[in-house]
Design a binder for this molecule. Structure first.
Ligand SMILES: *Cc1c(COP(=O)(O)O)cnc(C)c1O
Length: 394
């Protein structure tokens, strides 16, 4: 059965061009860039080229890019660097809807005695910039706010956030894993100090990331060891991964505007088609400022997991809005932060499209999903019961 992959915020396929670009470094050119011999040394120029491509796609200079092993490592590196370089500052500001790669670092800092402010979001998943401004203190070491949310696609006004945070002289990190390749990013205009990205969210391979560190910003390495990455990230370079990221970034930067309007049109057709065919469905997140590829929909009275299992029978891959890794069907921290009503929160499904998504794939979802929802509602003990007590869904 053909896979209809609509879970691109979780990971993406490796673009054929990216795979081609990385293969020579897995087959023949396996040398170590640090070696004295020419066989190893020759790969250095490909690393340099990938760094230039990555920098060009972001509007920064190559020396400001550090290659890492993933988006999570980039987030960890940025946050730990800021607190270590300013030991006298003991306060960190972040949001309630960050990815665990930021939230769990913030919890770790709290245990270590830091004070952490978690900014709230409203029912559309938007931040209150006045609350941000009011939260900043003389001992604030860092503000870490994601560029766009992986679950609901809501884009935060990062330029405005940067103005507020930088006017107070505070370091600003952004997790841009979901926006790189989906929005144009120009670090000449966007005054962040750190920006994290991940290759596997932009049609590159898993296990490859990068961190932008603005020139002049104090930096403490997270990985200690050899002198790779100018001593900023030890560990023998993942040459194939680095070359792949360079290629993926170059591809993402070219044609981003046209691609996005095509993907947005497909996403809108999917969303409007579902909302027209199914009753009691609502959209999670700001319809104005959100990623062009993402829609998060909440179906009243039923479990998102059940919808996923039935979609899976048609080869359709999506994801739900629960923190199912814990084995519970608690709605995710993002849906809870938005205050999505109980009867809807459990029935949340996210579809995330890519540049490879086709019209036919959207047609198939539109053909099958309404029937799936009515079959599940016919079986649900909650159908029609709007006053179900929170926490009793499973
Ligand atoms: C996927 C993701 C990450 C983690 O990136 P990895 O490369 O998988 O470690 C971090 N933040 C956001 C917003 C993500 O979507």
């Amino acid at each position: 059965m053909k896979v209809i992959y609509l879970d691109n915020n979780a990971t993406t396929c490796v673009a054929p061009e990216v795979l081609e670009a990385m293969l020579p470094f897995l087959r023949d050119s396996y040398g170590n860039a640090s070696s004295m011999h020419g066989f190893g040394g020759q790969v250095g120029k490909f690393i340099a080229e990938a760094r230039e491509r990555t920098a060009e796609a972001l509007g920064c200079s190559p020396e400001e890019i550090i290659f890492t092993s993933c988006g999570t490592e980039s987030d960890n590196t940025a946050i730990f660097s800021t607190v270590r370089s300013q030991p006298e500052k003991r306060h960190v500001v972040t949001t309630r809807v960050e990815h665990p790669a930021v939230l769990n670092v913030a919890s770790h800092l709290e245990i270590a005695g830091y004070e952490v402010t978690h900014l709230k979001v409203d029912e559309l998943g938007r931040l209150d910039l006045q609350e941000l401004e009011d939260s900043l203190r003389p001992d604030t070491a860092l503000v870490s706010i994601m560029h766009a949310n992986n679950e609901n696609g809501v884009i935060f006004p990062l330029e405005r956030i940067a103005e507020i945070v930088k006017s107070r002289g505070i370091l600003l990190h952004t997790d841009a894993v979901q926006t790189v390749g989906k929005l144009s990013i120009d670090l000449q205009k966007l005054a962040v100090d750190f920006l994290a990205l991940s290759a596997h969210k932009v049609h590159g391979p898993k296990g490859m990331g990068a961190l932008y560190v603005r020139r002049g910003v104090p930096f403490r390495p997270f990985m200690l060891g050899g002198h790779q990455e100018k001593g900023r990230r030890a560990g023998t370079e993942n040459v194939a991964g680095i070359v792949a990221l360079g290629k993926a970034m170059e591809m993402a930067a070219t044609g981003i505007v046209e691609e996005n309007s095509r993907v947005r049109a497909l996403r809108d057709r999917l969303e409007q088609g579902i909302m027209a065919a199914v009753s009691d469905v609502r959209r999670n997140g700001d319809p104005e400022n959100r990623l062009p590829n993402t829609t998060s929909l909440a179906f009243k009275y039923i479990e998102g997991e059940s919808i996923l299992l039935m979609l899976d029978q048609y080869g359709i891959c999506a994801s739900s809005g629960s923190a199912c890794t814990s084995g519970s069907l608690e709605p995710s921290h993002v849906l809870r932060a938005m205050g999505v009503p109980f009867t809807f929160a459990h029935g949340s499904i996210r579809f995330s499209l890519s540049r490879y998504t086709t019209d036919e794939e959207i047609d198939l979802v539109l053909r099958e999903l309404p029937g799936i929802v009515s079959r599940l509602r016919a079986m649900s003990p909650f159908t029609g019961k709007d006053d179900a007590a929170p926490g009793c869904a499973c």
